[in-house]
Design a protein around this ligand. Structure first.
Ligand SMILES: N[C@@H](CCC(=O)N[C@@H](CS)C(=O)NCC(=O)O)C(=O)O
Length: 343
């Protein structure tokens, strides 16, 4: 077990060192580069139903994917000016640091060390999550406290190993961490019984279960062992690009708050509400302040829908993931999803 852990720690240090020496040439000019290329390059999860996966026709679908499409709509007025780059957990930050992608929209937790030492900045949280533990129902386990001596499948370069340590050590629960570089191997090792437990964000466990031959065979235990606020990520020192990604997310959230949907947005252009008028570019020049067209937010909402529409389409109770809004409900309905004002 200690050998596995050493390997992961060594990787973490290598990633941190990389950020010190690699100053990406494009640090301050992402929008310019994106315009020249005519495309946004978006780093996404390879296979996470609900968040990012290739459908039968090979087209990427999912909540994180639609966040990329919203940015494409804000910049180009069209949702399809984006190329998706699937990145495994252990290479996602290098992908962004090196300029291989313009942003990550990839089930990535905002943490202190990632923000301060990897040369990155986080956009607003798009999904409030927490780490969970999934087991086969055959194990007959009802709680994390019964997991002593279990083998736990994890992926490197994630928040998951440290969370396991932080949770299990003080409780004196011994476990073996089994690390897989490749997410398919990670999932299959769990399905085949090589590990007793698979652990990651609870939403991602729902994705893993959705891939299983018989999803009913697996149960997510009640304990949530960490906070995992998932957010898009950009390179630091490019304030304009960060503003574009951040305010595109905020626009989707504000649209839900103001009752603007994909279906009614054209009627909403006649709204008397000054904030709606500014958001949709009827009045004011918010778009110009982002170096974008004044219809940037209108285009994003018109093409993708508001935050709630994205959630229900990909993650909600009518999807295979079947997630409730929980903390991802709007702030004025008891949740944490909140946009600063558009003024
Ligand atoms: N939110 C955590 C975990 C990220 C993550 O979930 N990753 C995995 C599972 S551990 C993953 O990439 N799943 C999607 C895929 O395999 O395509 C982090 O930022 O470290």
């Amino acid at each position: 077990m200690s050998k596995f852990i050493t390997k992961v720690v060594a990787f973490g240090l290598a990633a941190a060192a990389f950020s010190v020496f690699a100053a990406p040439a494009s640090a301050q000019a992402t929008l310019e580069a994106v315009r020249k290329r005519g495309k946004v390059l978006c780093g996404v999860s390879p296979t996470a139903p609900g968040f990012s996966y290739a459908d039968d026709k090979g087209v990427r679908q999912g909540f994180d994917v639609d966040v990329c499409r919203a940015v494409s709509s804000a910049v180009f007025g069209a949702p399809d000016k984006v190329d998706f780059v699937p990145l495994n957990t252990n290479v996602r930050f290098q992908g962004l640091q090196s300029g291989e992608v313009d942003l990550l929209s990839r089930q990535t937790t905002a943490t202190f060390s990632r923000d301060t030492s990897l040369g990155l900045d986080f956009a607003p949280v798009v999904f409030y999550d927490g780490q969970g533990l999934m087991v086969s129902t055959k194990l007959g386990v009802k709680s994390a406290s019964e997991l002593s001596q279990s083998a736990v499948c994890i992926l490197p370069g994630t928040t998951t190993l440290q969370n396991l340590e932080d949770y299990f050590k003080p409780r004196n629960i011994k476990y073996e961490a089994v690390v897989f570089e490749n997410p398919d191997e990670w999932r299959n090792a769990f399905f085949s019984g090589r590990c007793d437990v698979i652990t990651t964000d609870r939403s991602d466990l729902a994705s893993v279960r959705a891939i299983a031959n018989d999803p009913k065979q697996y149960v997510i235990l009640p304990e949530t062992i960490s906070k995992e606020p998932l957010a898009p990520v950009v390179r630091q020192n490019d304030s304009n690009w960060r503003d574009i990604v951040s305010w595109t997310v905020n626009a989707l959230i504000a649209a839900e708050e103001y009752g603007i949907t994909k279906g009614n947005i054209d009627e909403q252009l006649n709204s008397k509400d000054p904030e709606v008028q500014r958001l949709l570019g009827v009045n004011g020049d918010l778009g110009k302040m982002l170096s974008l067209d004044n219809k940037w937010a209108y285009n994003a909402i018109k093409q993708l829908g508001n935050y709630g529409e994205l959630f229900e389409r990909h993650l909600g109770e009518k999807t295979p993931l079947g997630l409730t809004r929980g903390p991802n409900q709007l702030w004025n309905k008891g949740g944490l999803i909140y946009s600063p004002p558009f003024r």
